[in-house]
Ligand binder design. Structure first.
Ligand code: ADP
Length: 400
């Protein structure tokens, strides 16, 4: 069941004092992680010399990001309490040695505690004064992995609805707390052990409490970026994230990115062709934006209507398409807000969202795949394979 926005509580965590490494970052345990991950005892640790004063122990390396290396870790007093430790790379070129992304991430996550937002347990400084973020451990990969693995992962309309519900609730919660994520994409939607999808990677996030403050337009990965940012809008709102959620919705259905531009110009061309050409008549004021370039008459595509969406996303059903169209409106003022998204009738129409425990998972194994197929009426055994996996069968009127 998708919770109503009203029933989700705003829980503010105790604040974390974030200071530059020259002033020691205290090891502070916060209570804001929405859920702890209790699992089997972790494998032996790699020798680490920079966590001796913290409550957490670093284990094996999980991955490498642009500004951090991520390790598996656990609470020293409870090795079953697993965490992900993001060790921030210190770079003398950065202000105070810290990348802005790390500062933004901590600032946002200390404000946000919600089941669909990655939890921040603590921040501590290592011996070399590098900063470590102790995050909720999310061991089941991300949505991009599931979308791409058309060979092994088979999912249906109820699963898409469940994932979309979790994403929409996480984004709604950010906006309720005046935080824009500004990098929503399948790769930043991580999956917890219980199947819950969590909004992660807040490195580009910022507060938007003051509507008069100019913000940068250089945010959001290109395929998920809304038109106003290509036109260098400086005053924008939660609508930028909602566009991204719309493109993720489309991608979940298609199993490939809907608008995959190679360059910013190409991206604008794709938006114009597959959503509609931004013009004064569909977006009053657009031509006054700094980066707007008028379109030649022969380049203009009227805003695509329901028929177009039905052809491409027909499996989403009428109300799913209505929701998708409302998230992909060119004019950000007419685009659905995160609250509008959650109030949409799609959530309560058939099929109901899958339960967490029924959601497909990466590395589910043969047994799990068998269960998935059984649940979904044996898509593969009917010989439709990939072609069907790419086009979800929401069925007529949204029924399975
Ligand atoms: P990127 O966004 O480039 O993937 P990150 O720094 O966010 O960079 O993460 C690097 C890798 O570490 C991810 O691809 C993922 O495999 C792993 N990872 C990140 N956060 C977590 C987490 N909370 N739980 C488990 N693994 C994580």
């Amino acid at each position: 069941m998708v919770q109503s926005p009203i029933t989700t509580q705003t829980v503010r965590s105790p604040s974390i004092t974030l200071t530059a490494p020259s002033v020691k970052v205290q090891a502070i345990r916060t209570t804001n992680a929405a859920s702890s991950t209790k699992q089997s005892a972790p494998e032996p640790t790699e020798p680490q010399d920079d966590d001796s004063e913290s409550d957490y122990k670093k284990g094996s390396r999980l991955g490498e990001g642009t500004y951090a290396t991520v390790f598996k870790g656990w609470l020293k007093t409870d090795p079953n309490f697993l965490v992900a430790i993001k060790k921030i790379k210190i770079n003398p070129d950065y202000k105070d040695g810290l990348p802005m992304d790390a500062i933004r991430e901590v600032k946002a996550l200390q404000e946000l505690s919600h089941p669909n937002i990655i939890g921040l347990h603590a921040v501590f400084a290592g011996k070399k004064q590098n900063m470590n973020l102790v995050l909720e451990f999310l061991p089941r990969g991300d949505l991009e992995m599931l979308i791409k693995d058309t060979q092994n992962i088979h999912y249906g309309p109820a699963d898409v609805k469940a994932w979309m519900g979790m994403i929409a609730r996480g984004v709604w919660f950010c906006h309720e707390n005046f935080i824009l994520h500004r990098d929503i994409k399948p790769n930043n939607l991580l999956i917890a052990a219980n199947g819950e999808v969590k909004l992660a990677d807040f490195g580009l996030s910022r507060s938007f409490a003051d509507p008069y403050t100019a913000m940068t337009h250089q945010v959001i990965t290109r395929w998920y970026r809304p038109p106003e940012l290509f036109y260098r809008a400086r005053h924008y709102s939660g609508a930028v994230d909602v566009w991204s959620v719309g493109t993720v919705f489309a991608e979940l259905i298609l199993r490939r990115p809907y608008l995959a531009g190679n360059t910013d110009i190409h991206q604008l061309e794709l938006i114009s062709k597959f959503v509609g050409t931004p013009m004064e008549d569909n977006w009053p004021g657009v031509s006054k934006l700094e980066g707007y370039v008028p379109y030649a008459k022969n380049e203009v595509t009227p805003v695509l209507g329901r028929d177009h969406y039905l052809r491409i996303f027909g499996s989403a059903g009428q109300s799913g398409i209505d929701l998708l169209m409302s998230m992909l409106r060119l004019d950000p003022r007419k685009r659905a807000t995160a609250r509008d998204v959650l109030k949409h009738e799609w959530w309560t129409s058939e099929p109901r969202p899958s339960k967490l425990e029924d959601l497909p998972r990466k590395g589910g194994g043969v047994e799990r795949m068998g269960a998935d197929l059984k649940r979904r009426g044996g898509e593969l055994s009917e010989g439709r394979g990939d072609a069907v996996a790419r086009k979800l069968d929401f069925g007529a009127g949204g029924k399975r």
